[in-house]
Design a protein around this ligand. Structure first.
Ligand SMILES: Cc1cc2nc3c(=O)[nH]c(=O)nc-3n(C[C@H](O)[C@H](O)[C@H](O)COP(=O)(O)O)c2cc1C
Length: 360
């Protein structure tokens, strides 16, 4: 147990002090939201609200999973919970494994006194699902007052981590079981190496309510684990590009965009690619004042929407976008025509809501 505590705190130190971002970018630099010189809407009426896990949020933002289980992690989560409550956005906690293994640690995950109203999402590793059945996970959620469970797929991190779990056999059937039996929404996510359409399809079929793309280009977990003496080299830039992962997952079901989102404009791009929500981890771990950062992102999102002529998030999801460079190349190879994003319009209601892209 002490080992897990040390590891969790070391992750925070490394993420705060070292450069552990992908060098290659998350693909949002390839996306240009088409400027609308005649928006014909009132900026004051641009509405960024969204319904998420039964609650209406002021903006489609989530603090993505980071920490928990230690007193240090608890202090970070308390700050994030306060900022999320004040800004009326969602909060995802780091892995609950410490609490599942030692009940004493549940105190580090209880934040409802600070954040009574917002969606709070608990988190656990897919590779650990064999040890905890749906009943135990549901009890954990109820104890901390969480609205949903996020299950993380982190095969890359586990491979690089010295003490990592390399047995992912049977993980899918455990995921299906939890989705079916837990009685609360389940979100499936990566931890920064991305999810492609084939995997997303299986996860939605298993019963995932949302798939959080967590694509490559933001925080690199192989880099974090190398800093701790990881065991295989050469995987620093491994992973499926964040922008492309969002475009692939979104036609299949509810997508949360994450992995390298670094501004409200990136969230707007994620929504334009089809995501319902945007999540970020590192920028909010590093932010001196998380709340001010959220306000900045809200302003950026609202301004981007205005300049696209989109008065709400539904309209933003239909706004034209130029998808260029590496993202366009990847999407073409994967059978999605990037021109589909460029040639649509806010006014034109989607013929098929589930498929905002044009397939080649
Ligand atoms: C310090 C830190 C700890 C993290 N711990 C977890 C975790 O416990 N569970 C999880 O699913 N993801 C975890 N992540 C991954 C993030 O949720 C996210 O998927 C990833 O960092 C990519 O987003 P970013 O580029 O905005 O940081 C962690 C990220 C950071 C920075």
């Amino acid at each position: 147990m002490e080992k897990i505590d040390k590891r969790k705190d070391a992750h925070i130190d490394i993420c705060l002090e070292e450069d552990v971002q992908y060098k290659s970018g998350a693909g949002f630099e390839d996306i240009e939201l088409l400027h609308n010189a005649l928006p014909e809407i009132n900026m004051d009426e641009v509405n960024t609200q969204i319904k998420f896990l039964g609650k209406t949020l002021d903006a489609p933002f989530i603090f993505s999973a980071m920490t928990g289980g230690t007193s240090r992690g608890h202090e970070i989560n308390k700050k994030l919970a306060k900022a999320a409550q004040e800004e009326n956005i969602a909060l995802q906690l780091g892995s609950s494994r410490p609490m599942l293994e030692d009940k004493e640690k549940s105190k580090y995950y209880k934040l409802r006194d600070i954040a009574p109203d917002i969606p709070i999402i608990a988190n656990v590793g897919a590779a650990q699902l064999g040890q905890y059945d749906a009943k135990k996970l549901r009890e954990m959620l109820d104890e901390i007052g969480a609205d949903a469970l996020a299950v993380h797929l982190n095969a890359l991190q586990e491979c690089v981590q010295g003490e990592g779990e390399r047995d992912f056999a049977g993980v899918f059937s455990n995921i299906s079981n939890v989705c079916k039996k837990m009685g609360k929404p389940v979100i499936l996510k990566e931890t920064g190496a991305g999810i492609h359409a084939g995997v997303a399809q299986k996860l939605f079929e298993a019963g995932a309510k949302y798939v959080e793309s967590s694509g490559a280009g933001g925080s690199s977990w192989s880099k974090v684990e190398y800093k701790r003496g990881g065991r295989v080299e050469g995987f620093e830039e491994w992973g499926y590009l964040s922008s492309a992962a969002i475009a692939e997952i979104s036609p299949l079901g509810n997508c949360i965009a994450s992995g390298g989102l670094r501004s409200g404009i990136d969230v707007a791009k994620g929504i334009c690619l089809g995501a319902k929500m945007g999540a970020a981890a590192m920028p909010f771990l590093r932010a001196e004042k998380a709340r001010e950062n959220v306000e900045k992102w809200k302003n950026q999102l609202k301004t981007a929407m205005f300049l696209c002529g989109a008065k709400d998030l539904d309209e933003l999801s239909r706004a034209p976008a130029l998808v260029m460079g590496r993202t366009a190349q990847i999407l073409r190879l994967r059978g999605i025509d990037p021109a589909g994003f460029a040639q649509r319009s806010v006014e034109e209601k989607k013929k098929n809501k589930k498929n905002p892209t044009h397939y080649l």
